[in-house]
Every structure is written in C-alpha cells, then in structure tokens.
Design a protein around this ligand. Structure first.
Ligand code: HH2
Length: 253
C-alpha cells in the first residue's frame, strides 16, 4: 500500500502532494513502483495534528480519486460523508484510523462492497502521544480489534472484507510499538496491515530525521512481514517491493 497524503501538514510528505496534479502523478509513480493499493488521505493524523472540515477533506480527496479510478484506491478517512462519496467514486477500500467508531461509519461501509481497515488508536491525534499508557498493550489492542471486527460484522460488513491494524504510533511509545510488532501474529484472526514507514519510533531507535528513515523503515517492513503482516503501508514503495521480493524468495525455499 503506497501512501499519498493530499495535505499541507503530513509528517513526512506534507505539502508535497497537496496539489491534485502532484498527488495523481505520485499515485501513478507508486503504482509503477509496485504498489498494489494506493492509500489517499486528506487529513493529517500525525501527533498534534488538528482536524479539517468534512468539506475541505472532500475537496482534497475526491478530485484525485476521480483521476485514478483505474487503480485500486484506499481512502484514509474517519468521516462517514467522505466514505460515502469515496465509495460512490469507486474506492476499493476505506482505511479508518477510528475503526468505524463515528456515527454512521459502519452503515456507510456496509452499504458498499469495499474492503475496510479497522485501526487501533488510543486517544485522538491532537493529544495521543502525551504519555500513552497500557497495562498490557498486546491484550488491550487485541481486545479493541476483536470488538471492532465484531461491531463491523454485526453492522453487516462480512468478515472477508475486513483487515485490522494495531495503529503503530497512534497513542503508543516506541516500546509499545516494538511489543506490538513482536506479537503481530497474536493480534487478530483477520489479515493485519502494518504502518511503520518513517514513523517517529525510528527517530527514537536511529536518531534520524524523517527524510533519513528509509533503512529503518525497510527493517521494520521485514519485521512486519516476518510477523505475518499482509499489507504494508509505506511511503517508499520501490524499495519496500525489493524487501518483499527477498522475503518471498526466502520463504519459498
Ligand atoms: N498511519 C498514518 C495514517 N494513516 N492508517 C493506517 N491504517 N495505519 C497507519 O499506520 C496509518 C494510517 C500516519 O502516516 P501518514 O499518513 O504518512 O502521515 P499523516 O497522518 O501526518 O498524514
């Protein structure tokens, strides 16, 4: 899954693809680099980010989606209105960092045929990195994901449409993220999506600035594959594809 942030303020590529033409060109480049899915988002959810209005989010996302309807596209949103519009415009997946907790979100997804990603987050982006706490991070994230899957299924979304995500960096310290990464296989019976690309845990582990976290991101990608992740959400598709090719050849022996 290749990331295209149509935002002025995303933590790693903020402003670079804010213009619709630049976002479309980047999406096509990532597809050419080997992404099976393009994840487009119109709201930054980096720690400390402030929400944007529904209208602003639609104005950012929909023109880009219209231009890349020939590609499998995931729309990163927590707003039911944006989900509905995205599905009407042909989105293949809804990626929701709030796991369909907004009123009307389950109904919006249930009405379509798309896949959906249910992600764990503790707190809200504006404050989530202020002293996150868990008694047992693996058990608590697992319980949250199990409940999110149960709610989605009860709302009419077939299990075969659902993937889950522990939400690396969303209300978690570096130690929480590494513990989850080590226990990825224990989190859910649904396929797991992992988003570790360029995240600040890598700053803690390597001391590198965001534009220098490629090697760390590739190490994380391999660890996630070893843990059983089925989808990797990444900014650097070409390089991650190489990791995947190495991993698959290794596994096939
Ligand atoms: N991470 C980000 C955004 N959306 N969705 C899922 N399912 N999993 C993730 O780990 C995840 C996500 C944050 O990264 P990015 O989109 O690059 O930055 P920003 O939120 O600042 O736009």
């Amino acid at each position: 899954m290749g990331v295209v942030n149509i935002t002025p303020d995303s933590f790693s590529d903020g402003g670079r693809y804010f213009d619709a033409k630049a976002a479309v060109a980047h999406a096509r480049k990532l597809a050419g680099d080997g992404a099976d899915l393009i994840d487009i988002g119109g709201e930054s959810t980096r720690p400390g980010a402030l929400p944007v209005s529904v209208q602003e989010e639609m104005d950012r996302v929909l023109p880009v989606l219209e231009e890349i309807q020939d590609l499998p596209v995931s729309v990163d949103t927590r707003r039911p209105e944006v989900m509905q519009a995205a599905l009407a415009a042909g989105a293949s997946m809804i990626n929701d960092i709030e796991a369909l907790r907004a009123t009307g979100a389950i109904e919006a997804v249930a009405a379509g045929k798309c896949a959906v990603c249910l992600m764990h987050m503790q707190g809200q982006p504006a404050t989530m990195q202020q002293d996150p706490h868990y008694d047992d991070v693996v058990a608590e994230v697992k319980a949250f994901l199990d409940e999110a899957v149960r709610r989605a299924e009860a709302g009419g979304i077939d299990a075969s449409r659902i993937v889950v995500d522990p939400g690396f960096g969303f209300g978690k310290t570096a130690a929480h993220n590494l513990t989850l990464l080590k226990n990825l296989g224990a989190l859910s019976s649904r396929p797991v999506l992992a988003g570790l690309s360029r995240k600040s845990t890598l700053a803690r582990l390597t001391g590198r600035a965001v534009e220098e976290r490629l090697a760390g991101s590739l190490a994380m990608a391999l660890l996630a594959l070893q843990g059983g992740a089925k989808i990797l959400r990444v900014h650097d598709v070409r390089e991650t594809r190489d990791v995947l090719n190495v991993w698959e050849a290794y596994k096939a022996i």
